[in-house]
Design a protein around this ligand. Sequence first.
Ligand code: AMP
Ligand code: GLY
Length: 430
Amino acid sequence: MNVLVLGSGGREHAISWKLAQSSQLNKLYVAPGNAGTGEIADNVDLDMMDFDAVKHFVLENAIDIVVVGPEAPLVEGIQDYFLADPLLSKTTLIGPDKKAAKLEGSKEFAKRFMDRHNIPTAKYQSFSKSTLSKGYVFLEKLKPPYVLKCDGLAAGKGVLIIEDLQEAKDKLKSILQGNAFGKAGSKVVIEEFLKGIEVSMFVITDGESYKILPEAKDYKRIGEGDTGLNTGGMGAVSPVSFVNPEFMEKVKNQVIIPTIKGIKKDGLNYNGFIFFGLIKVSGDPYVIEYNCRLGDPEAEVIIPRIKSDLLHYFEGIASGTLSECDVEIDERAAATVMMVSGGYPEKYESGKEITGLGKVTGSVVFHSGTKEKDGKVVTAGGRVLAVTTLASDLETALTKSYANADSIGFDKKYFRRDIGADVMKPKQKA
Ligand code: AMP
Ligand code: GLY
């Protein structure tokens, strides 16, 4: 089979790395890709938001499967574009259509979906410019901290957690007036703050059946001890120690099954990955968000733990036989440490030469923001490399990832040294 992966980050490198191991693979392309994907696939200089360009590439190269890494093309309707064109009928695109992708693209749509299908989530109301004063009244009824969510995609920055009531009101006004987040903030969901511990769950589905993939925990803040600005993610671990069989049963029965049934009942056209952002409150799961894709850096720990052939799942989606696919998960622990450019998530420099990649042993380095320049690998983004290790236990995996991260060099490199520390089982005292 010929496969085209869309995207350029560590998630897409991890997906491509796994697909490259499939005996069913003929040719693998990544658009636009990075220096890492360039070593295992053909990078294609293609803008994934230019659906006509994607179509021409697919037809010229007899692509059987298109895997969409990030959410933007899905939210913009790349699946609808593929389904509407008879010339593309032989190609299966992995990802939901525009309406189904609103589970990620619109917080209000997601909350209504959860309400309709009795899926546990924080209590909420949603407001627009014309209902601003009602928003103030709702805020007054809630206890702090106040959670304000822009309805639309806001590059991961559209969720605000505010302690002070007046500040929450001011922020609500500013967002709804279009000052803070533009169109993404034309509606705002205000919801009850849930206090608990977060975990990410993933399934792959054809809209009828589903397969549960390994869970992961990511570390979003730039600073150690979960301090400082939010980032795309500074590292991840899988499995997550507090996800015990009892909690998993609840997730399956209260969240996953109702979501799949809800998708069917609502007639949503969904295939691909569902990413459940969950929070565990007093032993029970609540959905914080849906994403219509894999997470990044979560993909860099869950994909290495999937023993089964990923391409087999995609083929199962194409042929309607996903239910027959086995899911074999590696019992070992995976950890990834994200190496970033100094200054990220604010201003940072790119084009810095990366050294030491050849010295890495016992880990896999997924490239997040790199490119090849004059035969060298240089930095090309805030998040640069995700150093992943699989080992018998989390501590060993982390030790190895850190040793390798230490041996890789680039100007102003930075990474957190406390990934996984909060979920590590305390060491037995001698
Ligand atoms: P989201 O983009 O919806 O995942 O929100 C971003 C982050 O805000 C989440 O990962 C949580 O840490 C936090 N968050 C969102 N909603 C809530 C909530 N209702 N209660 C507590 N924390 C929340
Ligand atoms: N790491 C969180 C995300 O991919 O949304």
